[in-house]
Design a protein around this ligand. Structure first.
Ligand code: SF4
Length: 76
């Protein structure tokens, strides 16, 4: 099973709208004080919730890297 090794805000195509959906889905990892930030020391083993958050992001600005691949995956 793929392991999440990095999660970040990717605004290369769209900007975070500060909707809060990611924080609502996975508050252990995401918070939205203004734009989304990944919490320091976030538990990346919560891969199902992280993927669900990324898929649910309305503008596709949550990027995920698996297995230190260096590749970005924006599931939305
Ligand atoms: S779901 Fe997407 S647009 Fe909404 S706050 Fe999170 S990163 Fe920003």
């Amino acid at each position: 099973m793929a392991t999440v090794t990095r999660v970040w805000l990717d605004e290369s195509e769209n900007e975070c709208t500060m909707c809060g959906a990611c924080e609502a889905t996975c508050p252990e990892v995401f918070e939205v004080p203004e734009k989304m930030v990944v919490k320091a020391g976030a538990d990346l083993s919560l891969d199902d919730q992280i993927l669900e958050s990324a898929e649910g992001c309305p503008v596709g600005t949550i990027a995920i890297e698996y297995d230190n691949s260096g590749k970005r995956d924006n599931p939305a």
